[in-house]
Design a protein around this ligand. Structure first.
Ligand SMILES: CCCCCCCCCCCCCCCC(=O)SCCNC(=O)CCNC(=O)[C@H](O)C(C)(C)COP(=O)(O)OP(=O)(O)OC[C@H]1O[C@@H](n2cnc3c(N)ncnc32)[C@H](O)[C@@H]1OP(=O)(O)O
Length: 165
């Protein structure tokens, strides 16, 4: 009999155009996410057209992946909506395009009910870390998010429902 998996997919396949995770953006990364309840992770293959010069992924793309994984980790693990306040990335080893990578995000420190520090990692299939990110994210309750006008009420209510925010 199959053992139950110790992780599950996050319900992020909502229809929107986010460059990182939107199913409706044909040029984006289309990331999907899983959680083991302590961290959030995503397997991703960087497509050829996101190359930096030749063979290796563009650093801006790696930064986006780290922003995205830290952002969804912050949403899921703190049960808030988020906006990125700052990120810093260490590029430790070049990342070849076309290979399978694992992005992982977790909480570094909840600083207040409005701010969390996160960390993110980009690893190859042998578990070697190729890039590492640190990020600070503003935390928003639904009503505050509505005031900011970044998403419409229907989208925010959907996020509230599927993430139990
Ligand atoms: C909005 C969410 C939609 C999310 C939808 C789904 C996202 C699902 C994607 C996941 C994946 C992510 C991965 C990529 C995420 C990016 O890429 S996000 C895009 C990049 N980041 C941004 O654009 C952020 C831009 N920065 C800002 O908007 C501002 O700096 C911040 C973060 C709101 C902080 O502003 P600040 O100036 O330090 O704040 P402050 O002066 O203290 O306050 C200004 C006002 O905002 C209010 N405010 C500030 N912070 C808060 C707070 N945390 N709570 C409540 N009110 C606050 C204050 O009360 C104040 O209100 P008023 O007194 O004027 O009425």
């Amino acid at each position: 009999m199959d053992q139950p998996k110790p992780y599950r997919e996050l319900p992020t396949r909502l229809s929107h155009g986010c460059f990182g995770c939107g199913s409706e953006n044909p040029h984006g990364l289309r990331m999907i996410f899983h959680t083991d309840e302590k961290s959030v992770f995503s397997e991703i293959v960087i497509p050829d057209h996101m190359v930096g010069w030749k063979n290796f992924a563009h650093g801006g793309i790696l930064s986006t992946i780290l922003d995205e994984i830290m952002g969804w980790s912050a949403i899921y693990l703190t049960k808030n909506l988020v906006l990125t306040k700052s990120i810093a990335v260490d590029f430790l080893r070049p990342v070849p395009v076309g290979t399978t990578l694992r992005a992982e995000g977790r909480i570094s420190k909840v600083r207040s009910d409005r701010e969390v520090a996160m960390e993110g990692f980009l690893l190859n299939s042998n578990g070697i870390v190729h890039a590492r990110g640190k990020g600070v994210f503003a935390l928003f309750k639904i009503d505050a998010a509505m005031k900011f006008g970044i998403a419409d009420e229907k989208e925010l209510r959907e996020l509230e429902r599927v993430f139990n925010l």
